[in-house]
Design a protein around this ligand. Sequence first.
Ligand code: AHG
Ligand code: MN
Ligand code: MN
Length: 356
Amino acid sequence: MSSSTKKAQSNQPHAATIGLAANRIVTLDEFIIRAEKDFEYATGELTGLLRDIGVAAKIINREVNKAGLVNILGVADSGENESGDTQQKLDVYANEKLIECLQNSGECCAIASEENTDIINVPAVNSKKSHYIVMFDPLDGSSNIDVNVSVGTIFAIYRRKSDASGPATLEDFLQEGAKQVAAGYVLYGTSTILVYTTGRGVNGFTLDPSIGEFCLSHRNMRIPVNGQFYSVNQGYYSKFDLEMRRYIDHCSDQNYGLRYIGSMVSDIHRILIHGGIFLYPSTRKYPKGKLRLLYECNPLSMLVEQAGGKAINTQLKRILDIVPNELHVRSTIAIGSPAMVDELQAFIERYSALPI
Ligand code: AHG
Ligand code: MN
Ligand code: MN
């Protein structure tokens, strides 16, 4: 192990700090409750929200697992969502379940989803005034679902900016990613895992189907400083800018392996564990990048940064510092092991000024 890797791994031992012995089963609920005292605005609302998302994840997981058996594969009747992406039946189902779970508890005051055009205000439950808003991509990589490839749910939680006495506003959602108070994903893969952060490290919980509980399985996840894999849709190579093509050539020269699942959440999960870099630069079809800042880039960037990694756009701006100007804004992204993102940055600085 390199000294830099050792340094990264010694940082922020979150699970250890909340007094959990390494050798016993810790459920997500227990972990969230114990960790609540670490949180600056500990009112129980955030705890409740994370639990709501955990419940929705179990319901979505159940449906994803039987997707081939019931008539829930394929394109939804609605056809397309706000961003013009094809909407799968499971996109619609996952979206409905998340909204339903969050609405029932009233732990958040408003929701924004990749699948909805506008924000959804959540009526107060028992007159409780919530201070939180939630944004999500209910099913990421859903075009993969018909072929049994891993998909995921990505979520981000913010404190609202507006006064809690009135309805939430669009301004509450147009906050930079650095303002996230929690972010995470659920990956419906060979096993189902929920990974989240509240800004004090990253922990992962694998669903034990026999007891129906997410159990702590990945404590204090730390991304390797360097990696051996790069992840990009190389089919678009000829449409990439010169600096991106030069960097991809460099990855190939270095004998880095190419891994690209077509489901960002799966690629990021691999990178969190094994290191590497994920790239989605501008293409002819998506000149500003394809991935959604609020539902994909921000939450995954918070997780990766919390695990010791980096995330920038191809203008070299930190993703978490971008101020969104609309709900469904897209961004380019380079995210992953810090040494690899730094190396890409050097390529961009060197080649972006040159003629194509
Ligand atoms: P979604 O299924 O939520 O629309 O997201 C798909 C995203 C992302 O998960 C993936 O990395 C990317 O789109 C794949 O896009 P390309 O097929 O253009 O590579
Ligand atoms: Mn997505
Ligand atoms: Mn999606």
